[in-house]
Every structure is written in structure tokens, then in C-alpha cells.
Design a protein around this ligand. Structure first.
Ligand SMILES: [Zn+2]
Length: 241
């Protein structure tokens, strides 16, 4: 899922939000800007929570946010990407299946990326819906990434936990903040970022206008089902007591 969606679900789980929960629930995806890999940050939840309880209990909320995000124990990304009832993969792949043809033919995305990228469109549709309905959340996410003393603090603890240079983690947070919008998101702004990502990661040129239209379509298509996904997740939370 995209950052705002992680923050939104985190708020549903804990019934409140603070900068630690916001930074924690989005930290695992900062791997795109630091030397850690996807597997490390999406399976660290339990051991990192144990570590924090022992060595740095003042950032327990940050560790809880990390745990809720991952795939092991089963957090948001597990149900979104890996497994969801009625699909051989996760919720976003389930919703993406009928869109593969459109993603390939209209948005000019190579066929081998079809299902994978279609699932990103579903994620962007969800992100757009949450942004539309929770303007305050966009600002809170932005503000949390400006809480530099806290980012410094969690980077130091993460550096000790992973036995790596805390500077690399700190810089990862700062660089990741470039992906966060200043204002509520639009289908166009999401399509633009997606276009840049497809260009830099895959050297693929997509149709931006068609992509924006499809993001809007996804936003409308997930209207009811996303609520069902959130309820399912709240009923199947990983144990964090
Ligand atoms: Zn993730």
C-alpha cells in the first residue's frame, strides 16, 4: 500500500495517531531510499518491537507502526499483496485482475508487468480516496516527516538494531519524504509520480493521461470493497501485546 493508506489503517488500529505511529507505519517502504531491503523491513516487526521494549521503550509506538505495516507477522502488506480470501494473492491483486488489459493497452505498460502494475493502480485509487476524504491526514503525514529530532532518534535505534550506519537510515527518511504530497492528492499528481517511477525503474514510457483516468476509475471501483478490507484487517490483526 501507499503511505497515506498505511497511516489511515494505523489510525484505525490504534484509534489515535502521533508522529511515531506515522513514521513507523511508513518506514518499511523507505527501503527504496536506504540500503535495507524489502524483506528486512517487512519482517522485522516482532523482533524490532522486542528490541525497542528492552532498549528504547520511548519509541514503542514507532515499533508498533512498523509491525502493523509488514508481511510477517501478517500486517497490512500481507493482506494487500500476499493473501486475501478469494484470491491467490492479496486484496489489491484481486481487485487488479480485471484491469490488466486496460493497464497494458491504454497505459502502455509492458505485458509482463501487467498484473503487478495493475495492483499499483488499485493502491493509487485507494490512496486517492483516503486523501479526498481525510485532508488532515495528508498534512499530518507531511508534518511527521518534518519532525527531524524524532527521525534522528528512531534512525539511531534502527541503526543499532540493524548494526548499520544510522545516517543511511536518516537519509532514507528524508529522501522518502519527496514522495509525499504537500496538498491533497489528485489522479494527475499520482499519475505523474507513477510515470517518473516507471521511467527511472523500468525505462518505460507510459501514457500519463490514460493512467490518471484509470486511477480515478480504481478510486470509484474500490469504494465499498476497501472498507471491507479494513474491517477484515481489524478482525485479523497481528498480535502486538
Ligand atoms: Zn510496504
Amino acid at each position: 500500500m501507499f503511505p497515506l493508506t498505511h497511516v489511515y489503517i494505523c489510525q484505525k488500529v490504534f484509534n489515535h495517531l502521533n508522529n511515531q505511529l506515522i513514521l513507523g507505519s511508513t518506514f518499511p517502504d523507505t527501503v527504496i531510499e536506504n540500503p535495507l531491503d524489502y524483506h528486512q523491513t517487512h519482517t522485522m516487526g516482532r523482533s524490532f518491537l522486542n528490541y525497542v521494549e528492552k532498549h528504547d521503550p520511548s519509541i514503542k509506538d514507532f515499533a508498533l507502526g512498523v509491525l502493523i505495516h509488514g508481511i510477517e507477522p501478517r500486517g497490512v502488506d500481507y493482506y494487500c499483496d500476499e493473501r486475501y480470501p478469494g484470491c491467490e494473492r492479496g486484496f489489491c491483486f484481486k481487485k487488479a485482475k480485471p484491469l490488466i488489459k486496460e493497464v497494458v493497452e491504454r497505459c502502455l505498460i509492458p505485458e509482463e508487468y501487467g498484473w503487478w502494475k495493475a495492483h499499483n493502480f488499485v493502491e493509487m485509487g485507494i490512496e486517492l480516496k483516503i486523501s479526498d476524504e481525510n485532508h488532515q491526514l495528508v498534512k499530518m503525514l507531511r508534518d511527521a516527516y518534518r519532525d527531524f529530532p524524532l527521525i534522528r532518534h528512531v534512525s539511531k535505534t534502527l541503526g543499532n538494531f540493524f548494526e548499520m550506519d544510522e545516517e543511511d537510515i536518516y537519509r532514507g527518511f528524508v529522501k522518502f519524504s519527496r514522495y509525499l504530497g504537500e496538498t491533497p492528492l489528485t489522479a494527475q499528481s499520482l499519475a505523474e509520480k507513477f510515470e517518473q517511477q516507471m521511467d527511472s525503474r523500468h525505462k518505460v514510457c507510459i501514457d500519463k493521461q490514460a493512467s490518471a483516468k484509470l486511477i480515478q476509475k480504481c478510486r470509484d471501483a474500490i469504494e465499498g470493497d476497501f472498507g471491507e478490507f479494513v474491517r477484515y484487517f481489524l478482525n485479523n490483526l497481528p498480535n502486538f501485546e
